[in-house]
Design a protein around this ligand. Sequence first.
Ligand SMILES: C[S@@+](CC[C@H](N)C(=O)[O-])C[C@H]1O[C@@H](n2cnc3c(N)ncnc32)[C@H](O)[C@@H]1O
Length: 373
Amino acid sequence: MVDPQPGNDSGRSHDMDTTESSNPIFAIEDAPGAGRGVFARRNIQKGEVIYTADDLSVHVLFREYRGEICCQCFAYNSGEKQPVKDLLHGLAFCSKECRDIYLDKSDETCLAARAAVEKLIKMKASQSPLESKLESKPISRPTAEETAKAWDTTEIQATSIRAARAAASSGKAAKGDLKTLQRAASAPVSPDVINFLLSAVLMHYTTRNTPSRRSAFSELESEATPYVSHAELAEYTTAYLHLVCTLPTPLLPFISVSFLHDIKTRETHNSFGIRSLDDQGSEFFGYGVWPSASYFNHSCAQNLRRTRRGRTWVFSAGRDIAAGEQLYISYVSSEDSGGDTLGWRERSANLRRTWGFECVCERCGREKAADGA
Ligand SMILES: C[S@@+](CC[C@H](N)C(=O)[O-])C[C@H]1O[C@@H](n2cnc3c(N)ncnc32)[C@H](O)[C@@H]1O
């Protein structure tokens, strides 16, 4: 990750509205070989801020960094614990101001959900992780059919759990439904997966009156086979059932297989890593999706710089850019790019492995041609 040049904030916008009247700087258009991309509408000077994305939708901060990252501004202080703790909800903040901003956005239902999931994770901490039970299986990416089948089975169990919960108050739950609930509740859980799914459910709930936020997500590029292994798919289906067992009832309408599948299929190609800011991003402590910032393609010779300021991403020109040029960021952190010393073969292999695409950027094209590849 790189720091931006200082500049003005003329690119600030909530939605990446690219109609000419509202966004004179860039437009989203077809980018040959790479789907859609962002193109400059006018000349842009080096250092000019062209866009600020503040629409973080879903995210997770990894459990191993618990207490070390401010849950509001993502501040990190070389592994020191953050001073303001909220153990009930599993939260930590760098200041009371950050805590107040965070709590202002969370109603009682959101906080009850956080508390329930935190309690569940702590209770499960002594159980063996799900991966260890599945690690003897060969690692292969589940096909779209296998994924659909796993989710269909999960949805049947979820229906049974919902029925058991609905009947609980009358004490008349069917035995089969209760057994399904007990079995689901006793399964191990991946803290990072359940917290990621919880953020999706809370996003759905808190934006229920602004459907454009949800549709912005659905328009992103999707991946039909987003799970890297059967173990990962199992982590997701298990976490989903845990949420159906655990979440406060007002949230149950906001959790469904189709919604969470939408989220996972979009997250894969559109996440930004949440990394430390003052050490070349060497600490990787989470990831999230800012849908409005998801249209920038990658180039191994990017012309934009991006930097994170708290929960926002700021994009600025890394050099003078001419009208009509495509605007590119780098998808690879400076840690992983080998300080820009890698050849095209290594860069391509990295992008293929982490992003799943063959890079069509101009630099790779030039270096391949020079190699006669
Ligand atoms: C964050 S999205 C960027 C927007 C995307 N092109 C779209 O149409 O929505 C990332 C995806 O764009 C495509 N992409 C981005 N940079 C690329 C590149 N240099 N070469 C090939 N494909 C690229 C890949 O399909 C990648 O998974």
